[in-house]
Write a protein that binds this ligand. Structure first.
Ligand code: ZN
Length: 177
């Protein structure tokens, strides 16, 4: 597939998604400092990688890029992409429990408690500063992806007992990785 840049059409690469227990999932991403064509290409590749895997969110950490970039799209038609760079949660309110999954943990689902509403500052791929308030599934998804940028995965939120109950499934992914 292709996407448009100022220079014309570029080809898009599908990245390999790291799977648990890859130690690179624990790396902490650095802020993006250059908002150039290379960043645009990375964002386009991340979106296509997420769509190809039928995901609703993907963090750069999951494709072995240690930069603060995440992409989300909750639409059924994959036509509402949101690219969030260098995010900071300014405010959060409420709490919500949702059964989450993760492209790095195929077949694993677990209930995680997060803030129900967040206010977020970030940069778009053009380097423009943005502020956005979101709630519900979009807020959950963005918090999940920001965690990835900090080397944290959704199973890190589970109690020791819940983790123990998932142990067999986690071991199974480890053997397949
Ligand atoms: Zn994830």
């Amino acid at each position: 597939s292709t996407y448009l840049t100022r220079k014309g059409r570029c080809s898009v690469e599908i990245f390999t998604i790291l799977r648990f227990p890859d130690p690179r999932l624990k790396l902490v991403a650095q802020p993006v400092i250059r908002f150039d064509d290379s960043l645009g290409q990375t964002c386009a590749n991340m979106l296509q990688t997420m769509y190809a895997a039928n995901g609703i969110g993907l963090a750069a950490t999951q494709v072995n890029i240690q930069q603060q970039i995440l992409v989300v799209d909750l639409s059924a038609a994959n036509n509402q992409p949101l690219v969030i760079i260098n995010p900071t949660i300014m405010n959060k309110a409420g709490s919500i429990i949702w059964e989450e999954g993760c492209l790095s943990f195929p077949g694993i689902y677990a209930k995680v408690k997060r803030s129900e509403k967040i206010n977020l500052e970030f940069y778009d791929p053009q380097g423009q500063r943005q502020n956005m308030s979101v709630e519900g599934l979009l807020a959950i998804c963005i918090q999940h992806e920001i965690d990835h940028l900090n080397g944290i995965t959704f199973v890190d939120h589970l109690s020791p007992l819940r983790k123990k109950l998932l142990r067999n499934k986690l071991d199974k992914i480890s053997q397949e990785s």
